[in-house]
Every structure is written in C-alpha cells, then in structure tokens.
Design a protein around this ligand. Structure first.
Ligand SMILES: Cc1cc2nc3c(=O)[nH]c(=O)nc-3n(C[C@H](O)[C@H](O)[C@H](O)COP(=O)(O)OP(=O)(O)OC[C@H]3O[C@@H](n4cnc5c(N)ncnc54)[C@H](O)[C@@H]3O)c2cc1C
Length: 467
C-alpha cells in the first residue's frame, strides 16, 4: 500500500462504530504530533490518528500488522527521550480524544481512566473526592496517563510514594498483535503467574497501547510544609537527608545548584528564598501534622546549621508560601529550555550520590570548560538531572555531537557506580545507544524476546529502546 492508500484506509477504520475517530494530515498537525519535548529529531509522520475507543485502537493495530505499518503512541508529548517522536513516516496514534474518567470507587479508592486523561486532571479529580494522586512533576498539566505509565514516570514525590507503577491497579491494553487484554482486574491481590501489567508499564509503547488504567488513590496529605536550605557543600545534601529522615517522613527531597536557581530567578516571577548565597540548595517537604513535628523540624534545622552543613534556610508558613518555594525547583526545566539543554537523567543508590556527582561534574568540566552545567534533581531517591546548556554561538548539531562524546565518560562512571542511564525519562531514541551501560547483554536479549511475543511484526514504536 502507498501512503495515500494507507491514509484512506485509516479514515475508513476511524469512521466505523458509533463514535468516529479522526485522521489528521495537515502539515501543522504532522509537526505538532510528530515530536516530543526533545526536539532533536525532525518530525516526519505519515498521518495522525485520534481514536475514541479501545476497539478502534485494536482495528488500527490489526491493520498495521496486515500492512506492515509502523505505529507511534503519543500522549502529552512532554517526553524527554524522544519516545513519542515519529521521524520515519510512521502513523502517530494520539490519545487526546480518549480523555474520560470512566469510573470511581470511594471504597476501593480507585479511579478508572482512559489513557488520554491528563495527569493534573487525575490529581484534581482525586482532590475533588477528598483523596490524593501523588505522582507529580512539572509537566503534569500536559502529560497524559498513558504516557506516564509507558515511561513509569517518577517525579518529586518518589521518596514517599514511589513511581507511577506503584499506583496501577489494572490496565486495559491492545497488544502489538492486536489482542485486547484486561490486566489484573483491578485486584489488590492476584498471584496467578506473571504480572503482565508491569511489562506494559515503562515499555514506552513498544509492546502495545495502553487504552485504560485503573489508578489507586491515597489519603490527602496534611499541612504540607516546605523547607528550603542553602548548603555549604554537595556532600551535605546527604548529611541533611539522613538527619531529617531519622525523625520525619519526608514527602520530597530535591536539590538544585546555584546556577539552576539563577536561571529560575532570571526567568522572572520567583523570588530568592533568602539573601545568603549558597552553592547548592535542598528543598524538603513534610506533613506538619502537629506543633511537635514543626518543633522537631526546627530543631533538626538548627542541628544542621551547627554542624556547618547549612548556611541559611526558610520554612513555609502557609500553603501559598509552600507553593511559591516549590517554584524554585519546578521552574528549572522551563527556565533553561530556551538554551537547548542536553539532558541526562541518571541515578545511583542514594548513599553513593555525592561521590558520583562530583566525579561526573569533574569529567564534564574538564572536557567542556566553556559549557554551562546545570545540576538539579530528585536527590532523595538518587536521581540527578545533568543539563548541559548550549553556548549561544554554537550550532545545535555541533553541540549535540559534542555532548554525545562526553556521554561515554559520563556513562562509564554510571556503570562503575552500578547506576542507571535513565532514571525516569525512559530510553526512547536518545538513550538507546547507551542501554548496555545499565542492562547486561543477557537482559537485553530477554527484552527482545518479550518484544517478539507481544509484537512479532515489530509495528509498535520501532526504533525505540533498541533496534
Ligand atoms: C518540564 C518537564 C518536567 C518533567 N519532569 C519529569 C519528572 O519529574 N519525572 C518524570 O518521570 N518525567 C518528567 N518529565 C518527562 C515527561 O513529562 C514524562 O516522561 C511523562 O510521563 C510523559 O508523558 P506524556 O503523556 O507526555 O508522554 P509522551 O511524551 O507523549 O510519550 C512518552 C512515551 O510513552 C508512549 N506512550 C504514550 N501514550 C501511550 C499509550 N497510551 N500507550 C502506549 N504507549 C504510550 C510514547 O510512545 C512514548 O514512548 C518532565 C518533562 C518536562 C517537559
């Protein structure tokens, strides 16, 4: 079939049933739906399909198998590894029109969502029902549940609540072969062999489509309070973490460098937390459920100052103030975006963070003294974001090429520390060449075997994770 015939067939498929889907082929739509946040690979999809039902998705997959058409699942396109990019004439399947909340059970504390439900929509729905969906990050206003689960998104609350995976009670998927599977039936206990649900979480759309997910909710946190500290030295991040964790259950522990904060402040609308300048900052969040917890937090803060780890600090006195302090961390990505950052999203076990970070910082600074390095991340769970900013006068292609050269050294350190080349953003295309720094050859062979079972004709998101 040629592209015109494929598009005509897709249109016919989407017209079947009572709720027709859509097919888009305008240049602006192809450009918009063919890329994610990475913007490294020029988008070149053949067409965009917006289905309305799981059955339409199944019909699409069956058609793709019969005609060897490559499909790229697309959520909110906030991905940072080019997992949702269609650069080779693929058909993009976007879930914007499958964005309904289908069911809610107060007694099970679960909510059944279509894949296109936006993360913030789920958070707000939980809130309206006096409950809490704890997976959160700066792109929650645009990212979709299907994308969150396919990347197993983490974010700012992992230290207390875990990753997206931990909140999935059940999934409806269409496999790459075109079968509809209802995985786990939303059960809390179901030990009946392999849990296929977890294979689809983090699969980046390479095994099939997630069309529905039943998500668990939690009790609402009480009086979330934020403490921002200026730290004397990088290793102090771990001293402070250990000191607080002995007494208080933190709901977040983030860090950012002085340079990162500089970009946020220059971007506007956010104020410095205090006058004292520090090389690094930590943001702690906890539930101040009683005066006693608040007193404990103040005593721990003083202890950290006495030990010479902390130079200054501020604690929120209201919800608004807490939200304002969060902006210092949440606005980093957006404030450096105009500088075309090359992003690395690496992790190690928490205890190894300071040595790991110092080694990588030294390597990058030694080889690229002219590049501006921005460090921030979810340091409480061992996840660091290394952002290298493009010098204004350097061409994008030259810059990315230089960054790829430095990757080798960075990932050798990651491998030596038994860390991960992608903590939470996924592999997609950007980290595909580096998979073996974290996964062994035997593991990768098993991954390929699993792909073969669910998608024997290779129609699902080809070229992502591995070739
Ligand atoms: C400012 C900013 C901050 C961010 N902060 C964080 C953070 O703190 N933590 C974090 O983990 N991530 C973060 N991200 C990355 C991104 O938001 C997450 O990876 C998110 O989960 C992607 O969701 P999405 O809907 O945008 O997915 P997309 O980018 O559209 O797709 C991501 C992957 O999922 C696949 N996919 C999408 N929908 C489906 C489906 N229905 N079925 C099967 N496969 C599907 C795609 O093919 C692709 O491989 C951030 C991004 C930005 C821009």
């Amino acid at each position: 079939m040629n592209p015109e015939q494929i598009v005509a067939s897709l249109k016919a498929l989407m017209e079947e049933g009572q709720t027709p889907g859509k097919v888009l082929t305008d240049a602006a739509d192809l450009d918009n739906y063919g890329k994610d946040w990475t913007k490294i690979y020029p988008p070149k999809p053949m067409a965009i399909v917006l289905p309305k039902t799981t059955e339409q998705v199944q019909a699409l997959v069956r058609f793709a198998n019969e005609n060897q058409v490559a499909l790229v699942p697309s959520g909110g396109r906030t991905g940072l590894s080019a997992g949702a990019v269609a650069a080779n004439g693929e058909v993009v399947v976007a879930f914007d029109n499958m964005n309904q909340i289908l069911d809610f059970s107060a007694s099970d504390r679960t909510v059944k969502c279509q894949a296109g439900v936006v993360t913030e929509q789920l958070q707000n729905y939980a809130e309206d029902n006096d409950l809490y969906y704890p997976v959160d990050f700066a792109s929650a206003g645009s990212s979709q549940l299907g994308g969150n689960l396919s990347t197993n998104a983490g974010g700012i609350k992992v230290i207390r609540y875990g990753m997206s995976r931990d909140w999935v009670a059940g999934l409806k998927v269409v496999t790459g072969k075109g079968d509809i599977l209802d995985l786990n039936k939303d059960l809390a206990k179901n030990n009946t062999g392999y849990d296929l649900r977890h294979l689809f979480i983090g699969a980046e759309g390479t095994l099939g489509f997630i069309t529905e997910a039943t998500m668990k909710l939690s009790r609402k946190p009480d009086n979330l309070t934020v403490l921002v500290l200026g730290l004397n030295d990088l290793t102090n991040t771990m001293d402070v973490l250990q000191t607080f964790q002995k007494q208080i259950d933190l709901t977040a522990y983030e860090f950012f460098s002085h340079q990162a904060m500089g970009h946020v402040l220059a971007h506007g609308q956010v104020q410095a937390p205090f006058e004292t300048e520090a090389p690094y900052y930590a943001l702690l969040e906890f539930e101040a459920v009683s005066d006693q917890v608040m007193d404990d937090a103040m005593a721990l803060f003083e202890q950290c100052v006495e030990n010479g780890w902390v130079l200054d600090g501020v604690i929120s006195q209201s919800e608004t103030q807490a939200q304002n302090l969060w902006q210092l961390r949440e606005r980093i990505s957006e404030s450096i975006a105009p500088r075309t950052p090359y992003k690395n999203d690496i992790s190690v076990v928490v205890s190894k963070v300071p040595g790991f970070l110092q080694e990588i910082d030294a390597v990058v600074t030694e080889h690229y003294p002219d590049f501006e390095i921005i460090w921030f991340g979810h340091i409480g769970d061992g996840n660091l974001h290394l952002n290298i900013l493009k010098p204004e006068d350097m061409a994008k292609e030259d810059f990315f090429e230089k960054c790829q050269q430095v990757n080798k050294w960075v990932f050798e350190i990651v491998e030596r520390y038994q860390g991960s080349v992608s903590a939470e953003h996924g592999v997609g295309m950007t980290k595909k060449p580096y998979l073996e720094y974290t996964r062994s050859a035997a593991e990768i062979a098993y991954l390929r075997g699993i792909k073969q079972v669910f998608d024997p004709k290779g129609v699902m998101n080809p070229g992502k994770i591995f070739d």
